[in-house]
Design a protein around this ligand. Sequence first.
Ligand SMILES: [Ca+2]
Length: 223
Amino acid sequence: MRCALALLAVLVAVAASPAAAWFEGFNYPDGPLAGNDGWYGTGQGINVVNQTVQIGLGGTAFKATVDITPITGDIIACSLEAYPGISSGGNIWAAWFNDAAGNNFARWYGYGNTARPRIGGYGLVLPTVTLVEDQWNRLDVVIDQVAKTSTFYHNGVLLGTLNYSVSGAAGGVGQVQLENFGRSDLPEDWILVDNISVVPEPSSLAGLSMLALGLVGCLRRRK
Ligand SMILES: [Ca+2]
């Protein structure tokens, strides 16, 4: 029942918004992510593996980018799932949620088994979170375009809020990026990412964002 209510909340939120939600499940053939359905970028180490994306294993430093029809609204929820892989203690990956011009609203970055909230390349960070091993972890960001803040969650637990105004991001989320740091000194380190979504919510329904977050946990995970 709780799932049904959460699903209804999401459907209402999406239906009431002028912009559609965006979802990426990486249902592509194994191989480089770039080249599939709008994803671009040149480098090695961001690959589709069994309909998820594996980042790391050395490779080269680059970002796989997709430009999307901007998701607008006072409140925008951005989510992804991450499965921790081998970590040697050096940062190897990042996921960026940007505006159409590439200015950053929020990003995650970390080792193969950690994630840390940050704004762009600025020194605005929250403490590092260790991902739960042997399972998919949910990472959510709720962007408030009025307050210019991004609030981060790990598996539904509030991590904190950062103000992104320094980046100049505006106009909604228009670009998503996955980054491989190209750590040739950490050739075995990796992480999996899947099910990235960007969902607009009118401010009048902002309170429903938590229900939407709960929905993800209710849904049986798809490949
Ligand atoms: Ca998938």
